[in-house]
Design a protein around this ligand. Structure first.
Ligand SMILES: [Zn+2]
Length: 470
């Protein structure tokens, strides 16, 4: 139920405007009595309400009682192009990229990759994400259509371009891929919402020369290099057989680690790999829901953050709900590591709130742009209603957001200073029209893809179970 005591945020327009929420989530924790000024897409001022009002005499004060103003969530690992296949992965054994995702992405044309990306962008915004990091679609479709989709929805996006050269390649082939990669980086260099990135799907999809060259190009251009590592036993074993190294070691030996590199998963890491992760400044996306649905292990995320490893949270395209992602991040740590160690805290809540915002922006190469409520940063934020029964009485608001928070409490989503969603729905485009387009076209697009799904649906499984029972 919408709060009728709150102002209509649609009236704010492009600003500048001054918001005085009851609670402001800063990098140092929750604060009362603070105001922020949003102008030209950024946080232009921040401080105690009276001081900000004195500095900004011309601005009307917009109070947000019973609300938290907090950074939008950052999804540090996503696959926008997989939006039509979400439930196809349910019950599937590991390495579904081979049987489901690569065939699906390869079957999308320009129109369908735009539709899938826009649907995924809408889901992300509804779940409180103001930034997503796309790991790169393995598709011949124009990535410009993915960029159009996120711009239309109003989502900030790190957009990966896949640079796989296979297990063997010639210098000419590698130069050709690197030239196209540079074109991708140039194409979005001035874009306010789309931040270009380069990717290699997994280390075994490229030569060591290509891994090193792509990581170096990203370092030189100040963008993020993305890859997936050490997620499944099958891929770790395959890498050892083929290259006498684990996937992480292949990256290391190719010179592909460093602050520009963002590895997804890292669920199967040795102690020395953890140390190398820390020493090289490499970032990691911890994807707890991916572990629950299709993984062989849970990343040692609490240990990593304690060691000083740079870490964000990713959905890996499972479900775009920032609150449930934080909850899963904490729950997985507790089940996998907290219980055997007698650790009842597992990060005291704030760890996962921080990883879901500041940490994700940092590993995405956007630490100076978003992820925090701070002067000069983009105004990417949520207005969250905490005047709800679940938060009464409130004892520990930071931790309550992790364990009790729900996306139905998100009153408004702002990206780059602009209101994009109110109560889960876009304010300036027709989401239901998109849903109708998806409903009439997505199943045919998926049917064209050579997908191998092994697990029966819930209904088929129930029928089998009942037949066996009788
Ligand atoms: Zn992934």
């Amino acid at each position: 139920m919408a709060r009728d005591d709150l102002p209509d945020l649609r009236a704010l327009g492009d600003g500048p405007f001054l918001l005085a929420p009851e609670y402001l989530l800063t990098p140092d924790g929750m604060r009362n009595g603070q105001a922020v000024v949003v102008a030209d897409g950024r946080f232009a001022d921040l401080g105690p309400v009276a001081e900000v009002l004195a500095r900004r005499a011309g601005l009307a004060r917009v109070d947000l009682p019973g609300c938290v103003l907090m950074p939008g969530f950052v999804d540090a690992h996503h696959h926008l192009a997989q939006a039509f296949g979400k439930a196809l992965a349910f019950g599937e054994p590991s390495e579904i990229f081979r049987r489901v995702w690569v065939p699906l992405e390869g079957a999308l044309d320009d129109t369908m990759i735009h539709r899938a990306s826009k649907l995924a962008a809408l889901e992300a915004l509804r779940g409180g994400f103001t930034t997503v990091v796309d790991a790169g679609a393995r598709s011949a479709a124009d990535l410009g259509r993915m960029a159009d989709a996120v711009r239309e929805a109003g989502l900030r996006c790190v957009l990966g371009y896949v640079c796989n050269d296979g297990p063997e390649s010639t210098p000419v082939q590698r130069d050709d891929i690197l030239a196209r990669a540079a074109t991708h980086l140039d194409r979005f260099a001035q874009d306010p919402l789309v931040h270009a990135s380069l990717a290699i799907s997994i280390p075994e999809a490229a030569t060591p020369e290509m891994l090193g060259a792509v990581a170096e190009l990203c370092r030189a251009r100040g963008v993020v290099f993305q890859t997936h590592i050490n997620e499944h036993l099958a891929s770790v074993e395959r890498s050892i057989v083929a290259r006498a190294r684990r996937p992480f070691e292949v990256l290391r030996d190719a010179g592909a680690l460093g602050p520009q590199t963002l590895v997804a998963h890292g669920a199967l890491m040795t102690p020395s790999e953890l140390l190398t992760l820390k020493e090289t400044g490499t970032g990691i996306a911890y994807n707890p829901v991916a572990s629950v649905w299709k993984g062989n292990a849970v990343a040692m995320a609490q240990l990593m953050t304690t060691m000083g490893v740079r870490l964000g949270l990713g959905t890996d395209g499972t479900r775009s709900d920032g609150f449930r992602l934080m909850d899963a991040a904490e729950t997985c740590q507790r089940l996998a590591f907290g219980m055997p160690a007698g650790d009842f805290s597992c990060g005291a809540g704030w760890t996962w709130l921080d990883a879901a915002s500041r940490g994700g922006a940092d590993v995405a190469g956007l630490g100076a742009i978003t992820g925090r409520i701070a002067v000069g940063l983009a105004a990417d934020f949520l207005v969250v209603d905490v005047d709800v029964p679940e938060f009464q009485p409130s004892w520990d608001l930071d931790w309550e957001l992790v364990r009790l928070g729900n996306r139905d409490q998100i009153e408004a989503v702002f990206v780059n200073g602009r209101l994009r969603l109110m109560h889960g729905w876009p304010v300036d485009w027709d989401a239901r029209a998109l849903m109708r387009e998806v409903a009439t076209s997505a199943k045919a697009a998926v049917a064209k893809a050579p997908i191998l799904k092994l697990h029966p649906s819930a209904a088929a499984s129930r029928a089998t179970a009942r037949a066996q029972g009788s």
